[in-house]
Structure formats: C-alpha cells, structure tokens
Design a protein. Structure first.
Length: 297
C-alpha cells in the first residue's frame, strides 16, 4: 500500500520541479512585448511633452540618435537629474539649457537605472527605424475670436473640460486676466503662463506639453483626464494671444488682492468694535455709582 502513495508524491515533486524549471523561460518569453509597451507608455507620459524621436524639436531637443551625440554614461547622469549637471557647469548641459530658453528639464518620475536603459534602447530602436515618433501635429491656422472665447471659458472654468480636469486658473494666471488674476499654486515661472508660448518654443511645442504634461502635479491630475485636441487648440489661443499683447502678469492683481483684503479687515474691525461697545461692562461699578448718587441726595 505504500508504493502508490510514494509514487504520487514523486509525481507531485516532478511536476513542481518542471514548473519551477520552466518559470524563468516563461518570464523571459512573455514580457518582451509588454515591456516594450510599458517603455513606450512611459516615454509618452513623461518625455513626449518636450521631445520627439525624429519629429523635430519641441521644448527640448529631438532625441533621434541622441546616444550617438552623447555616450550612455553622460546620458545616465544627466537624465535623472538635469539640474545637478547644470549646477556643476557641464558645458553640454548648459548648451541644452540655453537652447531651451532657460527652462530646466524636470527629472522624470519613477526613473530607475533599468528603466533608463530601456528608454535609451527604445530611442535607438526608433532612430534606426527611420519613422518619426512624437505627438500628433496641431493645426497652424490663425485663431479666431471664437477660439479665443472658448479657450478663455476653459481657462477660467466657466466651461468644464471634457474629461473632468480642473480649470487652468486653479493654479495658473496669465497677463490678460483682470480683477484678482489667477492662481499661484505652481512655481513662479510655471504659474504665469503669459510667456509660456515663447518659453516652450511656439505652438507645436506648447501643444505637445498640454497633451502630456511632465510636471509631477499636472501629470498626477491629467494622466487619467487628458485634454481633448480641440481643448488644447482653444487653450493655445489664450496663451498665444497673451504672449502677443502682454508683458508678464503684472502686480495689479496682487495689489487689488491686497487692497481688498485690507478694506475687508478694516470693515471687520469696525463691526467688531460696534458690537463690542454693547458688551457687559461691570456689576460693582454701576451699584457704587447709584449708591453715591443716592448719598448725595
């Protein structure tokens, strides 16, 4: 009776051994396509807002044959932390900064050494294929008053974005806004979009940025709520119009905010003073005063 039991145990051991032996081959065989897709998705979400591969310059340089222009050692130092290379005074990094109109490349999110190798391999593969890779083109026709009006509604939030993203004014301002201006949540240069059209290098580069924002805050918000092409076109009308007829967002909105706040504080203090004048003042003092008056009589 023991032999069948032993035989079944041996069979289970052999089955487990075969599964474990085949597992590495299965892992090697399956992810190649998935890994390529993951790398392409990562590049689209983190890099395509500023770069193409063979499609021309956007806010950043065209990455076609970038591994031939600089070796991998340099690239693997620069890409994870561009500002550090710039601060060290690296000549090529400073050249890139100048070409980008002083805009420092933000460090890619969740970048690892392995992922960086995958990205560089992906760039090499696309470069060798000869097929441009990058965001779809944007119409170069002049904007109309209707385009500008639609863009203003989207910027101010009076018209909701199709995918439910927040309005631009939540974090940004632009020189053509009146009243109290816009938001100031973003860092100074990123908050003021008056010259963003010029800083990024024109319509094509600005459209690419809006299609896949690379900053951590915007990426977290718009990764699952991307802008529609017609929304991008309308918002481009706003920033191009601001760039053509305004300086940087001036101090008037901030001054208005300060003056309104000061006036509100004064009014509030007056109201508090009026209410406080009817406060309960004392018990003993009125009694003493009454007795004193009676004593005089």
């Amino acid at each position: 009776m023991r032999r069948p039991i032993q035989t079944r145990k041996d069979e289970r051991r052999w089955a487990a051994f075969l599964i474990l032996a085949a597992l590495p081959f299965l892992m090697l065989g399956v992810p190649s396509g998935a890994q390529a897709q993951d790398t392409q998705t990562y590049f689209k979400q983190n890099c395509s807002s500023c770069h193409t591969i063979g499609g021309g310059r956007l806010a950043g340089p065209d990455l076609k044959d970038v591994t031939q222009r600089r070796d991998r050692v340099w690239l693997k130092q620069f890409i994870p932390n561009p500002k550090a290379m710039i601060d060290r005074g690296d000549p090529y990094a400073l050249k890139l900064l100048q070409a980008a109109n002083g805009v420092v490349m933000p460090p890619p999110q969740n970048m690892t050494d392995t992922r960086l190798d995958e990205i560089l391999n992906f760039i090499e593969e696309i470069s060798k294929s000869g097929k441009p890779w990058g965001p779809a083109g944007i119409s170069d026709k002049p904007y109309t008053a209707a385009d500008l009006a639609a863009g203003s509604e989207l910027f101010l939030g009076t018209r909701r974005l199709a995918k439910g993203g927040p309005a631009c004014i939540s974090c940004h301002t632009v020189g053509t806004l009146t009243g109290l201006g816009g938001g100031r949540l973003a860092p100074r240069l990123q908050a003021d979009l008056t010259r963003v059209y010029e800083r990024l290098g024109g319509r094509k580069a600005t459209a690419a940025w809006l299609s896949a924002p690379a900053t951590p805050t915007m990426q977290a918000i718009f990764m699952d709520k991307p802008l529609e092409p017609e929304e991008i076109y309308s918002l481009l009308a706003v920033v191009e119009d601001a760039n053509s007829r305004s300086g940087e967002a001036d101090i008037v909105p901030l001054l208005n905010f300060f003056l309104i706040g000061l006036a509100g504080a004064v009014v509030l203090l007056v109201i508090i003073g009026a209410v406080w004048s009817y406060r309960f003042r004392a018990v003993r003092r009125p009694l003493v005063h009454v007795h004193a008056q009676r004593g005089e009589q």
